[in-house]
Design a protein around this ligand. Structure first.
Ligand code: UDP
Ligand code: MN
Length: 469
């Protein structure tokens, strides 16, 4: 009897063990497939084929180069550049995956890196030798965030404060676009006290989206130049002066730094090659090669490079010029398309857009973000329609050709204010833009039709009132 009971218990234990093993295996498979599904294309864009063109080996920024670079009280020791990945790559911890999808990148490492770190100096040798006037216009750095990982946000702010000359940095303006994460509330207020008034925090009372949040932030700025950054960036050494220097010479020039890549998994800071911003007829932003004549001058790849477009929106613009050319289209929702719209408006209405190779800013692409993408896709479609109908003239159909037919009948709100702005500013035609700024677009070869298929699926889900998986 006792033997039978022991046998039963033994069999039961084995069965339970098997069930637990099956459950864990199922959970891990689910996490991996979820990981693959949520991979999205970030607006700032991956470097794709340009990613492996390292300019030269990176070097660390030495501590004495840090402006006002002392660590504050309660600051953790500056961490190593690349924490050990071993523990993470082998992890089966569900919390790790949960955070990966919540924040869009490796929050575990981000916490390890803490509030500030040293990043490699990714500038070319020529750039390092450049000297800038002490008398440059001042900058207000505007950073909008929605549910950002706390440490990444804090590193963005502290890198700006420590690596910008204090007399040129008027202020950092943070715009909280109705975040829900708890640590972005009182804890953020408390920690920002550390910067003693250099940082202004504005809290939106409803979710405005990036586009309107930037306009809100800009309206509270008092520096000469507005510099817009994402909330998961780390600026590099002498990043600000080259941008201000170009605008000081001509306030109608808008400038972008080179965007270095902060790996979303390892948080390693990687030097990017110098590329220019472009797009196809679907108006999706992409990086493009720079013509050799732009780089081969006596100053090498250090002078500003003409760019047909800016990426997701890390750029500097004279505050008065930003207002003069009509800020952003406030009828656009959330984000998407506003960077192409502003790029066209700058070029077509008398300004110029350049990439400044000597200014470098690192950015984390949120590859794994698992937020509900349905509202973003709807906002993007609407934003694109607004921009196409204001700026593309007789070339509109090239865009519609890339999109499923329902795009033509989608509502996009009233654009009369924007078409009047275009008239008032005396802007040139899209044909002029094609002929003068971006002739490669007209000649661009057919892109794959994948997008059309994806968008058709989206439309069928919209019409059935379903959420996009
Ligand atoms: N953002 C915002 N409100 C929104 C969506 C985004 O303030 O409704 C912020 C976000 O926190 C980030 C910036 O806008 O600082 C750009 O967003 P994201 O990094 O997702 O775009 P990408 O890097 O792909 O351009
Ligand atoms: Mn971003």
């Amino acid at each position: 009897m006792r033997n039978t009971a022991i046998q039963c218990l033994f069999c039961g234990a084995i069965a339970a063990g098997l069930w637990v093993a099956v459950f864990i295996a199922h959970f891990l498979c689910h996490q991996v497939s979820e990981l693959q599904e949520v991979i999205q294309e970030p607006r700032i864009g991956s470097l794709g084929k340009y990613a492996n063109q390292q300019i030269r080996p990176s070097e660390k920024i030495s501590k004495q180069h840090m402006i006002n670079g002392k660590s504050g009280p309660n600051r953790p020791e500056k961490p190593k550049l690349h924490p050990n990945l071993d523990n993470v790559t082998k992890t089966t911890d569900p919390e790790f995956f949960h955070e990966l999808f919540k924040y869009g990148f490796n929050a575990f490492f981000s916490r390890k890196l803490g509030y500030e770190r040293e990043v490699p100096d990714s500038r070319s040798e020529i750039c390092r030798q450049k000297r800038y006037s002490l008398r440059l216009p001042t900058a207000s750095v505007v950073i909008c965030f929605h549910d950002e990982e706390f440490n990444a946000l804090f590193r963005t702010v502290s890198s700006v404060i420590y690596l910008s000359p204090p007399h040129l940095l008027e202020e950092v303006i943070l715009v909280d676009d109705m975040s829900e994460f708890d640590d972005l509330k009182e804890k953020l207020d408390y920690q920002l006290e550390f910067f003693r008034g250099k940082v202004k925090l504005i809290r939106n009372t409803k979710r405005e989206g990036l586009i309107r949040s930037r306009v809100i932030g800009a309206s509270r700025a008092s520096g000469d130049i507005l510099v817009f950054l994402d909330s998961h960036c780390e600026v590099n050494k002498v990043w600000l002066e080259p941008l201000l220097h170009v605008i000081a010479k001509d306030p109608k020039i808008v400038v972008c730094p080179v965007i270095d890549v902060i790996d979303e998994m390892t948080l390693e800071y990687k030097t990017s090659p110098v590329v220019r911003g472009a797009f196809g007829w679907d108006l999706k932003f992409k990086w493009d090669h720079v013509f050799s004549y732009e780089m081969d001058g006596p100053e090498g790849p250090s002078t500003p490079i003409r760019s047909p477009a800016m990426s997701g929106g890390i750029f500097a613009i004279h505050r008065h010029y930003f207002n003069e050319i009509g800020q952003y289209d406030k009828g656009m929702d959330l984000y998407g398309g506003e960077n192409i719209e502003l790029s066209l408006r700058i070029w077509m209405c008398g300004g110029q857009l350049f990439i400044v190779p000597c200014s470098r800013v690192g950015h984390i692409s949120k590859t794994y973000l698992a937020e509900d993408k349905f509202p973003i896709k709807v906002a993007m479609a609407r934003n694109y329609l607004r921009l196409v109908n204001v700026w593309l003239d007789e070339y509109k159909d090239n865009f519609f050709f890339k999109k499923p037919s329902f795009y033509k009948s989608m509502a996009y709100g009233n654009i009369s204010e924007r078409t009047e702005l275009r008239k008032r500013l005396g802007c040139k035609s899209f044909q002029w833009y094609l002929d003068t700024v971006f002739p490669e677009l007209e000649a661009s070869e057919e892109e794959k039709q994948d997008n059309t298929r994806k968008e058709t699926k989206l439309f069928s889900l919209i019409t059935k009132g379903k959420k996009v998986p």
